[in-house]
Design a protein around this ligand. Structure first.
Ligand code: MTE
Ligand code: MO
Length: 383
């Protein structure tokens, strides 16, 4: 079958769908290291994993509304300055299973680990575009190009057998500070097949869906990409919209991720043997916004404790400084004494003072995306 040449995967991944392969690590493994190991990093696919076996002949073509379309080999891309950007990638469907409990949603179910943090190595897209004649900080090319479309080599049923694709605005693509990469490394190793070998886009601060794997071409286009995943998926609808009254054209494709926070030291329903517990997890926001605060409660949200935040172990997180990774998640940790039956809650505030919704009901949407409601776990003390 078309799935007969899938790569091997780590046995501790929880498989949410087999073909296409969609899997996430256990929560406890997720917070055991700031940089997520490649084999434990969530895998989100819409088709079989493509095989690019002749790297010498591999080219990414850059074409569309520009003067000089070009085909670039890996050797040329590697000759550009190499940047290493530590960025968190999070699927818009992270925490979908919990949203589904309110009312059924359509899509692969995910617990809280459709997220990972990696150091991506590659060329900046702004340098690549400059190389082919599109200067830094361009909003529109002379021939009217305003968006950069990434087209993959994988085939998916949503595109009726065509390739996966997505686009970002040209001014983001040509802005060196946006750190958009054409990445060929993940955590210092060449990208593996699952994560986009030989070349993928990495768009920091934006939902994972826009970081296209296995790049085939990059098109400069006038309007946003018209593909399925931009126009008929990954849009945030209000709770009133259902499959009978949906009008996809009324909403924009989701780009930035909103502020998110998850407890990883407990399962949703858990037991402990003593009152004193350590509560830890991750918090992250989109658009390069940092995490201003993480609040934790052990009484369902009546009273709060502010948690300690860090990226590198032993170094308190300040944010907005050179010692922190702007595009990366922040871990939080606090100790607390819990009652016999505790509802432990965590919520984060980002540097723009954005907060999370208290309940999932108010952000329920038919595709089950962007569940950023306060994360709650029920912990019971047994003796
Ligand atoms: N790129 C291609 N070509 N095909 C895909 O199915 N899935 C997207 C994105 N890029 C996808 C893709 C989605 S929805 C997410 S969340 C991320 O890749 C997941 O990246 P990962 O599998 O490396 O974690
Ligand atoms: Mo995703």
């Amino acid at each position: 079958s078309e799935y007969s040449r899938e790569p091997s995967r780590h046995p501790s991944l929880q498989i949410n769908a087999k073909e296409p392969f969609n899997a996430e690590p256990p929560r406890s493994a997720l917070i055991s290291s700031y940089i997520t190991p490649v084999d434990l990093f969530y895998k989100r696919n819409h088709g079989p994993i493509p095989i690019v076996d002749d790297i010498e002949r591999y080219r990414v073509s850059i074409c569309g509304l520009m003067e000089n379309p070009k085909e670039l080999s890996m050797a040329i891309i590697r000759k550009l300055p190499k940047y290493e950007v530590t960025a968190t990638l999070q699927c818009a469907g992270n925490r979908r299973t919990a949203m589904s409990k309110t009312k059924t949603v359509k899509g692969v179910g995910w617990d809280v680990s459709a997220i990972g943090n990696a150091t991506w190595g590659g060329a900046k897209l702004s340098d690549v575009l400059e190389l082919v004649g599109i200067p830094k900080l361009t909003s529109v090319t002379s021939s009217g190009g305003k968006h950069v479309e990434f087209v993959s080599v994988d085939m998916c049923k949503e595109e009726k057998g065509g390739p996966y694709k997505a686009s970002i605005p040209l001014n983001q693509a040509t802005n060196p500070d946006a750190d958009v990469l054409l990445a060929y490394e993940m955590n210092g190793e060449p990208l593996n097949r699952d994560h986009g070998y030989p070349l993928r886009g990495i768009v920091p601060g934006v939902i994972g869906a826009r970081s296209v794997k296995w790049l085939d071409s990059i098109n400069i286009i006038a309007e946003q990409c018209q593909g399925f995943f931009m126009q008929k998926d990954y849009k945030m609808f209000p709770p009133t919209v259902n499959w009978d009254n949906i009008n996809w054209s009324t909403r924009k494709p989701q780009m930035d991720f909103p502020v998110q926070c998850v407890i990883c030291s407990f399962e949703d329903v858990d037991v402990v043997k003593q009152r004193k517990v350590t509560i830890s997890g991750y918090a992250v926001s989109g658009g390069g916004r940092g995490i201003e605060r993480v609040d934790v409660s052990v009484d369902g949200g009546k009273t709060w404790i502010e948690a300690y935040r860090y990226q590198k172990a032993g170094v308190p997180y300040i944010g907005d400084d050179d010692s922190s990774d702007k595009w990366a998640w922040v871990f939080f940790k606090t100790e607390a004494e819990i009652p016999q039956y505790a509802e432990i809650v965590a919520k984060a505030v980002d540097t723009a003072a954005n907060v999370q919704p208290e309940n999932v009901e108010v952000i329920w949407n038919l595709r089950g995306i962007l569940n950023t409601s306060w994360h709650r776990v029920q912990v019971h003390i047994t003796v």
